[in-house]
Design a protein around this ligand. Structure first.
Ligand code: PMP
Length: 449
């Protein structure tokens, strides 16, 4: 097909997706693909969920959209109530947007406005982590740490400070316990604050479980508690970006529930709409919201589609499905099963350096040599070739090329639907194993792409 759609890879020829059913997508030729990454950790319920479809039909039949400057809607109100009820701490105020980057932009601007409202206009900087992705719009890209994604746009980005991620596979010293390592890298936040001047910093932003640059990178126990402590000490806000890891993906509705901390602002998106409608959200704590509400009374931001009636109705049905179908225990159970099966399959494979993650959010880091942890040469495009091979075999997995201090590392992210069965876990591991093994064999034997 001669496509007039401007695809991100201009010369790629993509199959046409025509149907989805449960954990599978089907193309125009009827070929089935096991959707083991939910696209990019989006389709948490799988495809064609009857309850979500019915809710969307119901909403469209009465009202598809009303602009948020004129009206609120029942679906937006019910969804905000439900999120506030289940979010940790006092994240009682939800601002609806159309996706993850919009949610992050709103979070950065709300954090800045918070300090204007409380009379600290000198706070103008953000601190984030090198191994991170917060979105592709300019503000979100500026706080993100992926060098390759940032490079062409660097001159346009607001200044942001980047500290070390919590990445024990690469950085933990042999003599350190995981706890000691977590404390050391968390303390980098304090060190950087003291260098730049703590009262010039607005917020620290981080993904509780890193997604799109490092493949399901979890923090060591105690890391986020120490981060929270430092933020409190210096009056800096803590923004947690749960766009990818939130909405049940790690086994709890919010990933940071498992860190035992409360955030000032949280962003969510992908699993919130589960792909049925584009939607994102920013949740603000009482303290942050009240400063604006009792101050100027107006958050100086906004988008045309925020609080979209159909999108919020769809997301409400998604959240209801996660609860009514009791899916979170399955996330934990199938996540453990998938982790075990991956360890079994790749136990002897010297190129699968690390298998990590939480719940149904699992990453594999591929290396040239397991002993030295040396990454494959970026020119191998290992991640992209594995994605293509997996698609040939009828599997969708999410390829990533992280940036480790200028060197690329190749990662594969798995984020299958919460409804995945044991048989489908086996199918996933089998197809992924065949894809990885066959591509690495080509690469190590010098065959070209
Ligand atoms: N934050 C995180 C943690 C993400 O993973 C992503 C998307 N991969 C974004 C923000 C941006 O979301 P979107 O692509 O919906 O703009």
């Amino acid at each position: 097909m001669n496509s007039r759609v401007f695809h991100r890879h201009c010369h790629s020829t993509l199959p046409v997706a025509v149907r989805g059913e449960g954990a599978y997508l089907f193309d125009q030729n009827g070929k089935a693909y096991l959707d083991a990454s939910g696209g990019a950790a989006v389709s948490c319920l799988g495809h064609n969920h009857a309850g979500v479809r019915a809710a969307l039909h119901h909403q469209i039949d009465s009202l598809a959209y009303a602009h948020s400057a004129f009206f609120t809607t029942e679906s937006a109100e019910l969804l905000a109530d439900k999120l506030a009820e289940h979010a940790p701490g006092d994240l009682n105020h939800t601002y609806f947007l159309s996706g993850g980057s919009e949610a992050v932009e709103a979070a950065l601007k709300l954090a800045r406005q918070y300090f204007l409202e409380i009379g600290q206009p000198q706070r103008t900087r953000f601190i984030s982590r090198r191994q991170s992705y917060h979105g592709n719009t300019l503000g979100a890209l500026a706080v993100g740490g992926n060098i390759w994604r940032r490079a062409p746009f660097d001159p346009l980005l607001i200044p942001a400070e980047h500290i070390a991620p919590c990445y024990s596979y690469r950085d933990k010293r042999a003599h350190e316990t995981p706890f000691e390592y977590g404390q050391r890298v968390a303390n980098e936040l304090e060190e950087r604050l003291l260098v730049v001047g703590p009262d010039t910093v607005i917020a620290f932003i981080a993904e509780p479980v890193v997604g799109a640059t490092a493949g399901a990178l979890t923090a060591e126990e105690g890391y986020f508690s120490r981060i929270r402590e430092i933020c409190n000490q210096y009056g800096v806000l803590l923004i947690l970006d749960e766009v990818m890891c939130g909405m049940g993906r790690t086994g709890t509705l919010f990933a940071h529930e498992q860190e035992g901390i409360h955030a000032d602002i949280v962003t969510i998106a992908k699993g919130l709409g589960a792909g049925y409608q584009p939607i994102g959200a920013m949740l603000a704590s009482d303290r942050v919201y009240d400063a604006v509400s009792n101050g100027s009374g107006f958050f100086q931001h906004g988008h045309t589609y925020m609080g979209h009636a159909t999108a919020t109705a769809g997301a409400l049905a998604v959240l209801n499905a996660i609860q009514n179908e009791n899916l979170l225990p399955n996330v934990v159970h199938k996540g453990n099963l998938l982790m075990d099966r991956l360890h079994q399959r790749f136990a002897e494979n010297v190129h699968v350096g690390d298998i990590r993650g939480r719940g149904l959010f699992i990453g594999l880091e591929l290396v040239k040599d397991k002993e030295t942890k040396q990454p494959f040469d970026p020119v191998t495009q290992l991640h992209a070739r594995i994605k293509n091979r997996a698609m040939e075999l009828g599997l969708i997995c999410y390829p990533m090329s992280g940036t480790i201090d200028g060197t690329h590392g190749h990662h594969i992210l798995l984020a299958p639907p919460f409804i995945i069965s044991t048989e489908q876990v086996d199918e996933l591991v089998d197809k992924l194993g065949n894809s990885i093994e066959s591509v690495i064999k080509e690469v190590t034997s010098g065959a070209s792409c």
